[in-house]
Design a protein around this ligand. Structure first.
Ligand code: CP
Ligand code: NVA
Length: 313
């Protein structure tokens, strides 16, 4: 896990942060997934692991899963959380927010818009900062998704995860995590909605190292062909509400319906981070089908985040 210290703040202790997927090394990611499986099997063993620890939850965007699973994870590990929903930097600079929080809590969990907000908090805080979703990444969701994929498919090397829709935060985090674990990643997005080229380059290097394939196309069927799992996410993410109507027109050919799924491997898993817009990115029939593992993903948020907290604290 990485830690940085601002040049003009020499007294800051180096704390590990999870501001983006790549803050975990491949070894740490594998270790975390093993720990998460162990925690899931025997949760009570860890019931005092965070005794006396407190964690701040700062959420600038709505949340059901992330917020509640962090609260539950902290409570079930013996710690406690305090929360705030206001704009983090509305009243004072982020560097001051960070240096207040570090005096009270042992870690900071943040959901915000710009990735730079999370990185600035991490830079200035001596306690770990965890990304609970930014416009660029959703690394905690990717942890739960890799855990779910391992549960369903076993070793992920040589398997293929196809992602259809927006080249968004979810696409970025899944691309990086798949590449790390040797899983092929096939992305289909409409032209002009592809992922950040810098993230693609990082994922490409990781894929080269792990032997995974990374492919990006505008053709849905090409991406889904032979996939072991098909993943989609909303077409308009939080903060893009005003673009929703325009995006619906562009993204309509990328809907995951029974016909799209039929191109993937027989019995391919259907995945979604949720919340889903049924009838848009996925049909009701597909998300309710026996191949859908969306609620396993949601459950695993709890276990994966417990493992993350145990490793970071
Ligand atoms: N998947 C996910 O992060 O859900 P929430 O937005 O409800 O936290
Ligand atoms: N891409 C979505 C994910 C929600 C969990 C968003 O950012 O709104």
């Amino acid at each position: 896990m990485t830690a940085t210290v601002p040049a003009d703040r020499i007294s800051k202790a180096a704390a590990p942060d999870f501001t983006r997927d790549l803050d975990l090394t491949t070894g740490e990611l594998r270790e975390l997934l093993e720990l998460a499986a162990m925690v899931k099997r025997n949760s009570s063993r860890y019931s005092q692991a965070l005794a006396g620890r407190s964690i701040a939850l700062l959420f600038e965007k709505p949340s059901l899963r992330t917020r509640l699973t962090f609260e539950l994870a902290i409570r079930q590990l013996g710690g406690f959380s305090v929360g705030a929903e206001a704009r983090i930097d509305a009243r004072e600079p982020l560097r001051d927010v960070a240096r207040n929080l570090e005096r009270w809590v042992n870690a900071i969990v943040v959901r915000t818009f710009g990735q730079a907000v999370i990185e600035e908090l991490a830079l200035w805080s001596s306690v770990p900062v965890i990304n609970a979703l930014s416009d660029s990444f959703h690394p905690c969701q990717a942890l739960a998704d890799m855990m779910t994929l391992q549960e369903k498919l076993g070793d992920l090397r040589g398997r293929t995860l196809a992602f259809a829709g927006d080249g968004n935060n979810m696409a970025h985090s899944l691309m990086l995590s798949s590449a790390r674990l040797g899983m092929n990643f096939a992305l289909a997005t409409p032209a002009g909605f592809g992922p950040d080229p810098a993230v693609v380059e990082q994922a490409g290097s990781l894929a080269d190292a792990s032997g995974a394939r990374l492919s990006i196309t505008t053709n849905l069927e090409e991406a889904l062909a032979g996939a072991d799992a098909v993943y989609t996410d909303v077409w308009a993410s939080m903060g893009q509400e005003e673009e929703a109507d325009a995006r619906q027109k562009v993204f309509a050919p990328y809907q995951i319906d029974a016909r799209a799924v039929s191109v993937a491997k027989p019995g391919a898993l259907f995945m979604h981070c949720l919340p889903a817009k049924r009838g848009l990115e996925v049909t009701d029939a597909v998300i309710e089908s026996s191949s859908s593992v969306v609620f396993d993903q949601a459950e695993n948020r709890l276990h994966a985040q417990k493992a993350l907290l145990l490793m970071m604290l």
